[in-house]
Design a protein around this ligand. Structure first.
Ligand code: BDR
Ligand code: CA
Length: 311
């Protein structure tokens, strides 16, 4: 199985991404889950990550708490999307499994130094603070990373937190800049693709009809999480942003994109956190990311529902 570290700020869609990974042990070996401040403050994301592991019945997964604020800026959160707890919707018990003592950044560094070169994939689902902090503190680990598959950015769909920027990149643009300039092979799931992974009524019913605690919780999470996008974008249901990352690791054939140059805006207040993506190849800047633009949505939801049924 492919070794991964999930770096996350749960978040209902983060939760579904984690459930999909934990439901797929033949393909994905989750070495650890590292929490970062983002949708809600760190204390809640570290708690929510454990709630999700317990919901999946995987209490042995190691969960680490990481950075509680972006590298250089005050934290911006998204309770207006995810609710006060970050995981509003279902009523789930407080976690009993422990948080690991080690800091998430130290865990990322140690793991990359210990595992053979090129065998660990990082899966960031929130602001890139933990990953960038690890790269800054231990530059030797950068070339040891197999790949980074992340949710963040937008190009044709532009922003969801400002007109120009997607939330994860906006919250910590300096961290994103470090990651996008790192030279690690990057696969990016921007809003352009995640806004096509919509939980329609029929897809929500399919989760609920699994009849399991996981199926019902996912239906309740996506019920809650759809308010924002229905109101703002008139979309048919909740966009499953972060599960695109774990689905890609299972079935990359469901996705298509282009290998292009992507730069992060860190200076302008107006366009802070914009992912300036050279989709049309109009510059000669070096290509640094595979920017995903499309997915087979039916294939994605079939995969997701089938995997959630295993939990
Ligand atoms: C991203 O921001 C968060 O609100 C979601 O969890 C997702 O990672 C979408 O812009
Ligand atoms: Ca997230």
């Amino acid at each position: 199985a492919r070794k991964i570290i999930i770096d996350t700020d749960p978040g209902q869609d983060d939760a579904v991404a984690i459930l999909l990974a934990l439901a797929s042990p033949d393909e994905l070996d989750v070495l650890g889950i590292t929490a970062v401040a983002g949708n809600v403050p760190l204390e809640l994301t570290a708690k929510n990550a454990r709630i999700v592991c317990e919901l999946a019945g995987k209490t042995g997964v190691k969960v680490f708490a990481g950075c509680d604020a972006p590298l250089k800026r005050p934290l911006v959160t998204a309770e207006h999307v995810h609710g006060k707890t970050g995981l509003d919707g279902p009523t789930l018990p407080d976690p009993e499994m422990p948080l690991q003592d080690q800091h998430a950044v130290d865990f990322i560094i140690d793991t990359l130094r210990t595992e053979p070169v090129g065998t660990v994939t990082l899966c960031p689902l929130g602001p890139l603070t933990n990953v960038a902090a690890a790269f800054q503190r231990a530059p030797d680990i950068v070339e040891r990373v197999q790949e980074i598959v992340l949710m963040g950015g937008a190009y044709f769909e532009v922003g969801n937190i400002t007109p120009a920027a997607e939330f994860n990149i906006y919250v910590d643009p300096e961290a994103a800049d470090i990651v996008f300039k790192s030279g690690v092979p990057l696969v990016v799931m921007p809003l352009d693709v995640t806004h096509k992974a919509l939980v329609t009524k029929a897809r929500n019913d399919a989760f609920r009809n699994l009849g399991s605690p996981v199926g019902v919780a996912v239906a309740e999470m996506t019920d809650f999480f759809e308010r924002f996008d229905k109101e703002k974008y008139g979309s048919e249901g909740a966009p499953l942003h972060d599960p695109c990352v774990t689905a890609y690791l299972l079935r990359s054939d469901l996705f298509s994109g282009r290998h292009i140059n992507v730069e992060i805006e860190t200076v302008s207040d107006l366009t802070r956190g914009m992912t300036v993506a050279d989709w049309w190849g109009v510059t000669d800047r070096a290509k640094n990311a595979t920017f995903i633009g499309d997915l087979d949505a039916d294939g994605f939801f079939t995969l997701l529902t089938e995997r959630l049924a295993r939990l």
